[in-house]
Design a protein around this ligand. Structure first.
Ligand code: 13P
Length: 235
């Protein structure tokens, strides 16, 4: 399993240190899945981590450095040896209006540098309401220009309507999309969208679900550790 926490705009430097420290301590004495934590850019740091705990950036610009006010590039990521990045998250697409074109160029840039990329796809409610065929069409359009044979790619299916809403996709919703994608793309595929302590085992046990990308329910370190614990034996 792959279990990932996306902090979004939550936690400070100090609480991130506390969170990462606690997760790392847990992993020292417990066998578990691969774990990823995506703190805010201001909370990235050099942590001495277990091999299966990875710190990633929620976003970065496709540049080493330069004049891109408000952005960070690889010179800032290198300072903390960050080699993992989230690309195409629904909030970047739909709240911050990042275009598919800029997402694709970001993907190409970080792929060429060998980063582990968690690439997010997922449809808004009005598309879901048009049925499975339209949903798949939409989700596949988000893969246009994306090299899905890239070894360091992890995909995350996060339906927009399920993110931060408390409304989790049904098992059928998840299975339908995951089965279709996995038929075409041989990469790990996570589910994200209102995953919580009470449903993480059921979701991660579904066929073709390789783990979870979690927002809200992962921000409490004890809950996140419990999620890691609960999912550690799921194949
Ligand atoms: P929630 O778990 O809060 O729905 O967020 C999911 C998500 O966007 C993870 O990237």
């Amino acid at each position: 399993m792959i279990i990932a926490s996306n902090f979004k705009t939550n936690h400070t430097r100090s609480s991130t240190k506390d969170f990462v420290g606690a997760v790392n301590e847990y992993l020292k004495s417990n066998r578990s899945s691969e774990v990823y934590v995506f703190p805010t850019a201001t909370s990235l740091d050099n942590f001495d981590l277990q091999d299966n705990l990875h710190l990633g950036a929620q976003n970065a610009y496709p540049t080493i450095s330069g004049s891109f006010t408000g952005e960070i590039g690889t010179s800032q990521l290198d300072e903390f040896n960050i080699k993992t990045i989230l690309i195409g998250h629904s909030e970047r697409r739909h709240v911050l209006n990042e275009s598919n074109e800029s997402i694709v160029s970001k993907y190409k840039y970080y792929m060429e540098l060998g980063y582990k990329i968690i690439y997010c796809i997922g449809e808004p409610l009005e598309v879901k309401n048009q049925g499975l065929e339209k949903t798949l069409e939409y989700v596949y359009s988000q893969l246009d220009g994306i090299d899905t044979t890239y070894d360091n790619l992890i995909l995350a299916y996060e339906p927009v309507w399920a993110i931060g809403t408390g409304v989790t996709a049904t098992n059928d919703d998840i299975i339908n999309i995951h089965n279709a994608i996995k038929k075409d793309i041989d990469r790990p595929l996570l589910y994200g969208g209102s995953v919580k302590l009470s449903n993480v085992v059921e979701i991660c046990s579904l066929e073709n679900v390789d783990g979870a990308l979690i927002g809200t329910a992962s921000w409490n370190k004890d809950d996140f550790i419990q999620i890691i614990e609960l999912t550690k034996d799921i194949k």
